[in-house]
Each structure stands twice: as structure tokens, then as C-alpha cells.
Design a protein around this ligand. Structure first.
Ligand SMILES: Nc1ncnc2c1ncn2[C@@H]1O[C@H](COP(=O)(O)OP(=O)(O)OP(=O)(O)O)[C@@H](O)[C@H]1O
Length: 264
């Protein structure tokens, strides 16, 4: 590995929210390194701090202590090389798909790369849909548009917060396959948060399991399956066994409520 490759590093990330009824310890001393070009997922019991961790990496939340960096840059606010996708496509309803994709460029006062956007729209199966309004597209198509919006500025890191959780199972499988292909083509550094262990195993090189609140990195599973992967992989025994092993690891975590009582 060469020196200039940009790893995403989280060191000692600790986050306590101040609430009316006291502090909520969401993260405790989380360490994580995602090498450039890796695709990793983070899973864990509900409320263990996955979203808090991802939003902190996006520069949208301040940590109470600890540090996040991308290569030499410390992340304390949104960084131009870090893109994000959310559970809902978050397209502005009064703008066309093309205008939505160009919106982040407007905010940064940059000229959009229309050739790249056209190629990306084509790549995700939305060629010719740029002039449509979001309501004219299905949920899956809207998420395809949000993939284009996230990739149009060519980020080095893509953060995905349960991006396919609102889609039906069939569309979700299609989107998983599309993300696998896009990762193969672009080799972006990708960090996915998901409640679907199948999705995590299908897409990732590594799956990190967090412990219940306050969230810590509990265990990492290497995913051994060759790439490129296709949906048939999900029907194999080896896939099923790894998914079940990870599920069992999560189920052995105490519930968020009892962990919180123990920690606070
Ligand atoms: N803005 C906030 N103010 C106070 N507490 C918060 C805030 N955001 C999150 N929390 C609390 O911090 C803990 C971690 O929340 P977070 O959303 O990061 O977990 P999560 O693992 O993503 O949850 P889920 O899997 O259910 O989406 C939870 O107990 C949550 O209630």
C-alpha cells in the first residue's frame, strides 16, 4: 500500500448527547480504520450509535471527544471528499431530477460536471429522466437519483445511512446489485449502516458489529466471498451461515435499555 492512500480513521470517538433528562452516552471510545477503496458495513442493535457515528464522520455531529480524519484532514465539519446517502432520497420536490443532482454544486458555487452526471444517470438506468420531477419516479428510482447526486462530485468516501431500508425486498436486491457493480467500477471507500445483515454481507469486505449503547466496536467479520458478486451468492450455504453467525453475535448483545442502565 502506498503512502498517499487516504484511510478514513476514527480514533477514540465518544459522544454524549445532553438531553432534558440527563446525558445519553451514544458512543464510547470507538476506533475504526477504513482503508481507501474498502467497502465496510456497520451493524448492531437498535440505538447502539450507528447513525451517530456516521453523522460524525460526515461532519454533521461534533464528538464529545476523539478524532476523525480522512488522510491528513481532520473532519470537524462536512468535507468535500465525503458524500452521503440517506434512507429517504431527500430530493427537493419542486426541482427536477437534474436540478436536484446539481443542487450540491450550487451550494458550493461549483460548475456541475454535466457530462459526468449524464453518464451516471445512464449508468443507474435513469438516462432521459433528468427533466422529470421526483414524484414521477418510484422509490427505487429516487434512490438511484440520490446515488447519482452523491457520486456526481466524485467523493473519495461515500457514507450510506440505511439507504435501501424503505424499499421493497425485490427493489432492495436490485439496488444491492447496482451498488456492488458501482463499487467494482469506482472502488470508492464506502461505509454502510444497515439493519439488513444480508445486505451488509453481500456488499462488504468487512462487517463491524457494534455493542449496545454506549456503542463500541465489538467484533469485525471478514467477508470471504469473491467479487464480482451476484444475487445467487445469497442462496448459498456459506452466505447463510455467515449471516446467521453475525445475527447471533448481535442477539447476544444486551438490549439498549439494559446496557444504558448499566453504563449510566
Ligand atoms: N439528537 C439526539 N439527542 C439525544 N439523544 C440522541 C440524539 N440522537 C440520538 N440519540 C440517542 O443516542 C443513541 C444512539 O442513537 P443512534 O441513532 O446513533 O443509534 P442507531 O444505532 O443508529 O439506532 P437505530 O439502529 O435504531 O437507527 C440512542 O439511544 C438515541 O436515542
Amino acid at each position: 500500500m502506498t503512502q498517499d492512500r487516504k484511510a478514513l480513521r476514527v480514533q477514540g470517538a465518544t459522544k454524549a448527547y445532553e438531553t432534558g433528562s440527563g446525558q445519553v452516552h451514544a458512543l464510547q471510545d470507538v476506533d475504526l480504520t477504513v482503508e481507501q477503496g474498502e467497502f465496510i458495513s456497520v451493524v448492531g442493535p437498535s440505538g447502539c450509535g450507528k447513525t451517530t457515528l456516521l453523522w460524525s464522520i460526515a461532519g454533521l455531529h461534533q464528538l464529545s471527544s476523539g478524532e476523525i480524519s480522512l488522510g491528513p484532514d481532520k473532519i470537524r465539519k462536512p468535507h468535500h471528499a465525503i458524500g452521503m446517502m440517506f434512507q429517504l432520497a431527500n430530493l427537493l420536490p419542486w426541482r427536477t431530477i437534474q436540478q436536484n443532482i446539481e443542487f450540491p454544486f450550487e451550494i458550493r458555487r461549483k460548475t456541475p460536471d454535466r457530462k459526468k452526471i449524464a453518464a451516471l444517470l445512464e449508468r443507474v438506468g435513469l438516462g432521459g429522466f433528468g427533466a422529470k420531477m421526483p414524484k414521477e419516479l418510484s422509490g427505487g428510482m429516487q434512490q438511484r437519483a440520490s446515488i447519482v447526486r452523491a457520486l456526481a462530485s466524485d467523493p473519495e468516501v461515500l457514507l450510506m445511512d440505511e439507504p435501501f431500508g424503505a424499499l421493497d425486498a425485490f427493489t432492495r436486491d436490485e439496488m444491492n446489485l447496482l451498488m456492488e457493480e458501482i463499487w467494482e467500477e469506482t472502488r470508492k471507500t464506502i461505509m454502510l449502516i444497515t439493519h439488513s445483515i444480508q445486505e451488509a454481507v453481500f456488499l462488504s469486505n468487512k462487517v463491524y458489529v457494534m455493542s449496545a449503547r454506549p456503542g463500541r466496536m465489538h467484533r469485525v467479520f471478514e467477508v470471504p466471498f469473491e467479487r464480482p458478486r451476484n444475487l445467487k451468492l445469497m442462496e448459498t450455504k456459506a452466505f447463510f451461515d455467515l449471516v446467521n453467525e453475525i445475527k447471533a453475535e448481535i442477539q447476544h448483545q444486551p438490549s439498549s435499555a439494559s446496557a444504558a442502565v448499566a453504563a449510566e
